[in-house]
Design a protein around this ligand. Structure first.
Ligand code: ATP
Ligand code: MG
Length: 352
């Protein structure tokens, strides 16, 4: 072991997160004490073993590790079910970091964070309850503002008819226009006014309607790509409401990306055995809206589904809150994963 390495290892030894270092052939070179704790065996029994013998997994994690090494791209995956050594499977957040020292063979540093699922569910439920409460308050407010607004607009119209001077009519027109603007805002705050009318529907018909709407909004717009899995079974959903939800997300992506190099991908996949809140579903439709815009700052990500949270000067901050409301009414959920240049909004809709 070189001098450098032993210093490196001493630093890693002291870390509280589980760290595993693999060589270019994915054999374990080093594991820190926090890692040994996760495996419940000492490093002696683990060193030199290949990845697949150490970590049991359903998905192609080993394959992904190989491409991390080959392409020198870090990778983070959330909530992957792993069986470490002889332990029962548990959930982990996994980060893989390629290490490339000039003149040294490639190595890969793996970081494993156990996910406490119940704690996570409780935290998510708390956040959703907060979001719901905020939406309810806003709905109440919108309702209160809407009632007198109709009267105000009507009175301005009556007044306008009595006025002779065109100059004075400009003032009543201001009242009418502003009342209309406020009315639209209040309608959006009220959100979908009815429960979803669920019919069997193909998610791609929803996405195609969104594509047409987005394309109609601009002549030579950015590149909207489709990456569909045509075998997805139908979901039970309200087509109009789901179009609204997806449209809000795609519009945001469109506003975030660059006119020239902007790229938005609509991706669909089947998700097996997924958990939404406390509910386990054998099958779900997964719809992803991926864009290559600047991404969303971490502190913003926490709050983004709350109503009235916006990062745009002309934004009302209602789009995502409405989208989340609609998807939750369909027993689904929208989640977000964003780093600069790669933002993914994922809609999961259970398939009955
Ligand atoms: N794909 C994205 N990339 C970067 N930022 C995003 C993306 N999607 C949403 N955001 C940020 O999240 C904020 C909230 O989005 P939301 O759709 O709820 O409201 P809005 O777009 O500001 O207003 P509205 O949709 O009501 O007109 C946006 O203002 C923007 O800052
Ligand atoms: Mg928006």
């Amino acid at each position: 072991m070189s001098q450098d390495k032993s210093v490196q290892y001493r630093v890693l030894d002291g870390m509280a997160t589980a760290l595993l270092l693999f060589d270019a052939r994915l054999r374990l070179e080093y594991i820190n004490p926090a890692g040994e704790n996760l495996f419940s065996v000492s490093a002696r029994h683990l060193l030199g073993q290949p990845f697949h013998a150490l970590i049991e997994e359903e998905e192609e994690l080993a394959e992904q590790m190989r491409s991390v090494l080959a392409e020198q791209h870090p990778l983070t995956r959330h909530e992957v079910a792993l069986g470490l050594g002889n332990q029962p499977r548990a959930m982990f957040d996994v980060t893989a970091l390629p290490l490339l020292d000039p003149g040294q063979p490639r190595e890969l540093l793996l970081e494993l964070h156990p996910v406490n699922r119940l704690l996570k569910i409780a935290r998510e439920e708390g956040k959703q309850a907060q979001e719901r409460t905020t939406r309810e308050i806003l709905r109440g407010l919108a309702h209160e503002v809407k009632n007198p607004l109709g009267g105000l607009r009507g009175a301005a119209q009556l007044l306008e008819r009595q006025l002779e001077s065109e100059e004075l009519k400009e003032y009543t027109q201001v009242i009418i226009d502003e009342a209309d603007r406020l009315q639209n805002l209040m309608d959006r705050m009220l959100g979908p006014r009815r429960l979803p009318d669920r019919q069997p529907l193909n998610v791609h018909s929803v996405l195609e309607r969104v594509v047409r709407l987005i394309q109609a909004e601009e002549r030579d717009g950015v590149c909207l790509e489709r990456d569909y899995d045509p075998s997805i079974p139908e979901v039970q959903g309200d087509a109009d409401q789901l179009v609204q939800a997806v449209l809000n997300i795609v519009r945001n992506a469109r506003q975030a990306v660059d006119d020239e190099s902007g790229r938005i991908v609509l991706r669909t996949r089947i998700e097996r055995m997924c958990t939404i809140g406390r509910q386990r579903h054998a099958l779900a439709a997964r719809i992803e809206v991926i864009d290559n815009g600047p991404g969303i700052a971490e502190d913003m990500q926490e709050r983004i589904f709350f109503p009235m949270v916006t990062g745009r000067a002309e934004g009302t901050g209602l789009g995502l809150s409405i989208a989340q409301d609609i998807v939750q009414q369909h027993d689904g959920v929208i989640t977000l994963n964003s780093v600069p240049g790669h933002t993914v909004f994922t809609i999961l809709l259970p398939i009955q």
